[in-house]
Design a protein around this ligand. Structure first.
Ligand code: NAD
Length: 370
């Protein structure tokens, strides 16, 4: 049956295909039990694309990604590709997708299921039930702006320098994504910069202040310095809902927030582009934070939850299906509470299962709610 929901699936390398295939069982489940069908197309990326076509991303696959409503990505890379020339390395496939789709907004949720609160390095009470979102500007700022370089000073020393630069439209577009996301969540936005010491931070705060009063009167909004935000994340993380920040601070704060959750196999992410003025849709790529895990690939023990949570984000942010996303997140929560664990999150007294038995258990929980 034709559907109006185009999902391009790019499993990639290593455990990527293992976890993506498990998530496709949930896509089938939605079709059978909820009558929601997706037009699923599959493509090659990373080492798999290099093996077949001599490039980590073909122009055809890129065109399919641009055309899709959402891309569900697995992971790329592996030791067999380490000696390839830079431009042919598997990771270049992902970077090209991000660049060509202009995915400027990177979403990294930090969610802690009650049953997993013991795995965090913070006290259980601080993180149990945590659900916050770090929104990082991904295509501007200090990692890209000019001038940058290393110059010889002629006296036997050198200087290395970078530029942190943001324009009003760049700040506004990431601010609008934050507003949009907060409306789909608990309605709070914290904008983070260093306006006390950086001019780019002064402009960031001014622009966000104007944007919030013009377009986000219905939300709770606040501003915070980045160093304080780092401290608050480990002091009392539940005070946040959506944190929006620049490329550099976002890089650090999202890793800091990820550690609150304690497990790489459970962390999803999304990268979003601008809204198309004609269709109202935005380019979007959903992927787990973890890589291709060559050390466990082929052993059928990879944790599929990060990939499934990435798909759940796609339902929430690309397909207006928050109820189904909640249902999937709830099923994962109950499976974890029942003590089922893949080896990466195994603990005393729990039941160790394989990748597909983890998904069997999640599907059984889903069956119980429809
Ligand atoms: P990794 O995330 O692949 O693995 C780190 C550790 O976490 C490994 O011990 C692995 O077994 C474990 N792990 C990761 N995901 C898991 C899961 N779902 N279930 C259970 N255990 C899991 O990082 P790495 O080892 O540094 O990199 C391996 C390859 O992946 C490299 O080629 C790297 O370039 C690539 N990589 C790709 C991406 C991506 O595709 N976005 C991201 C990071 C790394």
């Amino acid at each position: 049956m034709q559907s109006n929901k185009k999902l391009l699936v790019l499993p990639g390398d290593g455990i990527g295909p293992e976890v993506v295939n498990e998530v496709l069982r949930v896509v089938d489940w939605l079709a059978k039990k909820r009558s929601v069908t997706f037009d699923v197309e599959e493509g090659l990326v990373g080492g798999a694309a290099y093996d077949a076509h001599g490039t980590p991303l073909t122009d055809e696959t890129l065109a399919d990604a641009v055309d899709a409503d959402a891309v569900l990505f697995g992971s790329v890379g592996g030791p067999q590709y380490d000696d390839l020339p830079f431009e042919e390395k598997p990771e270049r496939g992902l970077l090209r997708l991000r660049k060509e789709m202009d995915l400027f907004a990177n979403l990294r949720p930090a969610m802690v299921f009650e049953a997993m609160a013991g795995s965090s390095t913070l006290k259980r009470d601080l993180v149990a039930g945590l659900d916050i979102l770090i929104l990082r500007e991904l295509t501007g700022g200090i990692y890209f702006a000019q001038p940058r370089g290393i110059e010889d000073l002629g006296d036997g020393t050198k200087k290395g320098f970078d530029t942190n630069l943001y324009t009003t439209p760049e700040i506004e577009r990431i601010g609008r994504v934050a507003i949009d996301l907060a409306r789909k969540r608990r309605g709070k936005v914290t904008s983070v910069e260093k306006a006390n010491v950086m001019m780019s931070g002064v402009l960031w705060r001014e622009t966000m202040t104007t944007l919030f009063s013009a377009e986000a009167e219905d939300l709770e909004t606040e501003h915070m310095y980045a160093d304080n935000c780092g401290m608050q994340l480990v002091r009392y993380p539940k005070q946040f809902d959506v944190i929006v920040t620049d490329n550099l601070f976002g890089d650090m704060l999202s890793d800091c927030a990820a550690m609150l959750t304690g497990s790489l196999g459970m962390l999803p992410s999304a990268s979003l582009g601008a809204v198309d003025e004609v269709t109202g849709k935005r380019h979007a790529l959903y992927e787990p934070v973890h890589g291709s895990a060559p050390d466990i690939a082929g052993q059928k023990i990879a944790n599929p939850i990060a990939e499934l949570l990435s798909f759940s984000m796609a339902l929430r942010y690309s397909f207006e299906m928050s109820d189904d996303a909640d249902m999937i997140d709830g099923a994962i929560e109950r499976v974890l509470a029942s003590g089922i664990r893949t080896p990466d999150i195994m603990a005393d007294g729990m039941v160790r299962v394989s990748t597909n038995v983890m998904m069997d258990s999640i599907l059984r929980e889903l069956d119980n709610v429809v």
